[in-house]
Design a protein. Sequence first.
Length: 614
Amino acid sequence: MQTESVSQPGRANASGAAAFAKRASFHLCFWILTALATQGASPFAPSLTTLPPLQGGSVAVGDFDHDGLMDIALCGLNQPIPNQTQSAQCAVWRNTGAGFVKVFEAFPQVGDASLAWVDVNNDGWLDLVISGLTGEAALVGEVWTYDGASFSKYSTLEFNLRGGPFTAVGNVCSGDFNNDGLIDLLLVANYDAFQFSYLFQNTGTGFTHLESGIEVLYYGGATVADFDNDGRLDFAVNGVAKLDTADVPRTTVVFNRESGLSPINLAPSSWDGAMASIDYNGDGREDLLLAGSFSNPYLLAPGAALWLNTPDGFQQAPINLPSFSSGMLAVVDFDNDGRSDILVCGHPSAGSDGVRAEALRAGADGQYETVWSSSVGNGSVGIAWIDVDGDGRLDFIHTGNNFNKNGARPTTIWKNVESPVNTRPTAPAGLDVVEENGYLRLSWDSASDAETPSAGLSYNVRIGSEPGKGDIVSPMAGLDGVRRVLDVGNARFRHFFLIQKPASPTLYWSVQAIDGGLLGGPFAPEKAYGKNAAPRFVSFEIQENGTFAMRFESRPGEKYQIEATTHFEFDDSGTPTPWEIVGIPTETSPGVYAFAEKFQTDAPSRFFRVVKGQ
C-alpha cells in the first residue's frame, strides 16, 4: 500500500518554452462540480476551501511545522476570474485547524509542475522539491530546505546536455537508492528535447546527476518500491523511448542490485500516465499499478493495468479498472478494512481536456468498485490524500480550474464521512543488528494492527548519532511516531533495513510500523549499537526483600560487570567514589541483560553502575 506517485503534466514536443506557450492557451471553459457515487451513498463529502483554483500543477501534503496537522504545498497555473491573465503560483499553506493560511511563497512560481516533501539533510524538518516551468517558460528544478523558521534554496537539479548544464524538469519521486541514509531523487523528464537519466544522488551538500546507463524515457510517470525485497530500493517508469526508427512506449521495472541497475520491460507498455506500487494480493511482494495510454505515442488511448509481482516475474492481473491518461494514482486503505483502495484522476478519453477523478474501493472478491467520481477541471490537476483534521480518517484534496455557477472555487477537500476511525499499529519488537559486507542489517519482528493484516504493514526506521536523533536516517516522523508525511515507511514492507555502515562510532535506532491507512505507530524502545554504545535501562528497582534488580539492553554478546557503592561523590569533588564489583549480569536473550543482588541492605543509600567487563 503506497501513496507516492507523480502526476503527469501535458506533453511538450520541441522545447520547454514552446511547451509552456502551448499550455498557456488553456481553454476558458467552466464546469459544474459534481460528485457521483456509482453504488450507494458516497463516503466523501465536499468541503470547499479558500485555496486558489490551479491547473497544470501539483499538491504535496506534509506537516512541515510539526504541529500535528497536515499542511499543503501547492503550485500550478492560476486564473481566478474569466479573462484575467494567467500566472503561475507556488506556495506553502499552513493548516490552522480551521482552514489554510498562506505562509511562504518566495519560491519560483511554477506551473506544469511536480512537488515533493522530503528531508534531504536529515535535520528532522521537511524540505520541498520543486520541478516545473515559470510563467516566463524558465525551467525550474530546485530543492528548498526548511530549518524550522524559513525556507532557503539548497540545490539546483541539473544534468549535462550538449556540453552544458541544463535544469532537470520532470515528475519527482524520492528514496535512498544507495543505502547511505540520504534521500535521493528520481525524475522522469517531461520534454523530449530535454531528456536525462533518472537518478539524482544526494551528496550531503547538494545533488549530482547520475548517468545510469539504462534506456531513457520521457513523458511518463514513476514510482519506487523494493520489488525483489533485497533491501535496495527499486523503481518503475513508463513513457516514450525516442529511438532512431520510431518513438515507442515503454513500461520498465528497474531492479537496483548490488551489481548495478537491471531493467526489464513489460508488455503491453504504457506512456502518458502515472504509476504506483501496491501489494494487491497481500503476499508481501509489491505489485505495480499504472494508468496511461496503451498505444503508440501518436495515439491517445487511455487505459489502466495491474501487474502482479510473482516469483516467476510480473503477470497482468485480470481486474477491471477505469481508464485514464495524463493523470495520477494514489494507493491507500481509506476505509480501514485492510485492503488497498485507489484514488485515480486523469483524462478518461482521447483528446479530452476534461479531467475526472475516481475513488475505487477494493472488494473481498479482488475487484474494485467506484464509490466516488467527479469532474475536477480541465488540463492536468493535482490530487493527494490528507487527514485534514487528524480524526483518523483519510480525506483527499484536489486542485482544478473550473467554477460552478456561483463562482465557488473547485480546489476542494473531500471529507471522509463514512469510514471507521483508524487505530495505530503496535511497536515492533525483537530489534537486532548484524554487520555484513560493509553494511548494517537492522531487523525486527512483525507488529500488529486492528485494521491492517501484519503482511500489509510497512516499517519506518530512525537512526541517529545520539539518542532520539534521526540525523543518519530521517523517519520523517516525530519521536511519538506521528508521521510528517503520508507514505509507507523507508523499509517498505520488509522486516529489515540495510544501510552502509555509518562513520559514527555509535548509532541509536528504532523502528515503527505504518498501517494501510498510513497511520504510524509508536517507535520501539531505542537500541544502541557500536563500540561506545551505552546500555539502555529497561527496569531498575529495589524489591521488598532488599534485593536490587535491573534489566538493560545493549549489544548482544557484550561483557559487563555491576559495581556498587554506598557513598557517591561527583567527579569534581576531589574524593574518589569507592566502587565495589558486586556481580556479573546474565544475558537472558540476545542484547537483554538482567542482574539481581543484595548489597548492604542496611545502608541508607545504594548506588549501582554498569561497567564494561573484561
